[in-house]
Design a protein around this ligand. Sequence first.
Ligand code: T46
Length: 132
Amino acid sequence: MNILKFDFSSHGDDRGQLIALEGKRDIPFDIKRVYYIYNTAKGVRRGYHAHKRLEQILICVSGSCKILLDNGFETEEVLLDDPTVGLYISNNMWREMYDFSSDAVLLVLASELYDEKDYIREYQEFIKFIRG
Ligand code: T46
C-alpha cells in the first residue's frame, strides 16, 4: 500500500520546538476541524470505520500509537511516535488505532466538519462500497 507521510519542519531553538501547520501549504487540504485523542486506556482499540469523503492527517504529538490502514485489498500497520510526522488518511480507508502509550496524544486535522453520515462503521459494508 502507498503510505503517505508528511515530514513537518520544526522551529527549534534553545527554548524547545514549535511546528506550525497551514492548510493547503503543509498539508494537502484546508483544515475544517481539529480534534485530539488522549488519556486512552490501556489495551483500547478504536476507529473501526472508514469515511466516504473525509481526508485526515494524524500526528502523534506525544507518546506513540499504531494505526492499521485497510484499503479493502491490502492492510498496513503504521507506527506514529514522532510529532514531526503526519500520516495522511484518504477517504475510503478503513482505520483502527491501538497500542496507545499512556502519554499518547493523537492530533487529527480533518478536511470536513463532523458528519456521522460520512462514516462507514460496518466492515462488510466498507468492502461492498470499495469493491462495488
Ligand atoms: C477517525 C479517527 C482517527 C464528535 O462529536 N465530533 C468529532 O469531530 C469527532 C471526531 C467525534 N465526535 C464524537 C462522536 C462520538 O460520540 O466523539 C465520540 C467519539 O468518536 P468516535 O467513536 O468516532 O472516535 P474514534 O476514535 O473511533 O474515531 C475518530 C474519528 O471519529 C474518526 O473520524 O478517523 O478518530
